[in-house]
Design a protein around this ligand. Sequence first.
Ligand code: IPE
Ligand code: IPE
Ligand code: MG
Length: 243
Amino acid sequence: MYEGGNSSCSEGPGHVAIIMDGNGRWAESRGLPRLHGHRRGADRVREIVEACPELAISHLTLFAFSTENWNRPVAEVSGLMRLFRRYIKKEGARLVAEGVRVRFIGGRERLADDLRALMAGLEKQTERNNRLNLTVAINYGGRDEILRATRRMAAAVLAGDLSADDISTATIEDHLDTAGLPDPDLIVRTSGECRVSGFLPWQSAYAEFAFVDTRWPDFTVEQLAAQIQRFGQRERRFGAVAG
Ligand code: IPE
Ligand code: IPE
Ligand code: MG
């Protein structure tokens, strides 16, 4: 949550969010099926997660599947869903042991029951951890998130539990999937595309952005560290005058 005032970035980005893009092109350029790229991408997730504590990152948010990604071929979508299941089953114990608290954002209704149960189980298993806060966006779209929040607020107003005049930015934040989480300080997108594709539109109002050409399966901890160092040289003014 934005707290006002300008600041240098010398403290580093406590919250890094990553748009993990380029898996498909990584695979296609090697004559491999796109799903192979997604599997390689999942391997990178483990390395980046493990490196966060030493990079002083307390919150890591990863964009894994957008509300628009359902428009891909059925085989790619089901392959990705299988990968999410496998990742949770395979990495769950390691995440618990490493003190990672896992949360998922995005609409869950469209996901299969068993995947939803795995997600809820991992959230529960890790709820007491605090070494790293890992948030994974699955079936996430910023407009969809704001729409769902708006519906819940409207329902609360109708029920008499909320007065329209009392709706503040804090009320909106409390109804977003990211309620309770800080805003991202730095958003990184891999694979050379300079767009956000619906990622965290409300939360990124004052985020710093870094667009890197490397495709996600080739993105390394060293490259993340380099982006963090560059972040440290920026001055965030939050609309105020340079101090
Ligand atoms: C990102 O890689 C992963 C998802 C969107 C699920 P892409 O699959 O978008 O890879 P490109 O952009 O086609 O190369
Ligand atoms: C954004 O990537 C979503 C994820 C990385 C999960 P896309 O590949 O879906 O975005 P566009 O289609 O290039 O905008
Ligand atoms: Mg893409």
